[in-house]
Design a protein around this ligand. Sequence first.
Ligand code: IMP
Length: 181
Amino acid sequence: MHPDGERILFTEEEIRARVAEMGREISRDYAGRELLVVGILKGAMIFLADLVRSITVPAFFDFIAVSSYGTSTKSSGAVRILKDLDRGIEGRHVLIVEDIVDTGLTLNYLVDNLTARGPASLKVCTLLDKPSRRQKPVEIHYNGFTIPDEFVVGYGLDYNECYRNLPYIMVLSPRVFGGGR
Ligand code: IMP
């Protein structure tokens, strides 16, 4: 394990198995339809890349970037679109793909924002759910794993842009971010 980690939460094998299972479930649910996968940059990119390879219905991609934690582990509460989708989503079956739902502020905002653009349907898929810190409600249709209130990195998730390329998910040692949340 990386020396900044406290413990591994999910191994590469566990993630691979669960992501493949999610892809099969999504493929069943969207049978006969075309999917527009909307990835939230940058955290969801690795999850999305693996997930879509387990999806068997035709899938198109677009990406959106929103302001997030910046350099601390605390959310400011404000959500801002830094990079919008390239195309309209009207009449499309949209699946938002996120790395983790924490306070819910990001997805609560994005679901409202994208719903206003008139998609045929809109669902949320997240690899991780940290429900204990929720401030705003978010309906999650596909969830990989529910996790306790700990700061995790790897498999796309970062702290100060570090650790995204770790193939597993680990709890970040509190000494790395000063211990205070
Ligand atoms: P929310 O708006 O509080 O739900 O936060 C969502 C975003 O916060 C995620 O997309 C992540 O970028 C970031 N985030 C929340 N918890 C963690 C964590 O444990 N590790 C890394 N990033 C996190």
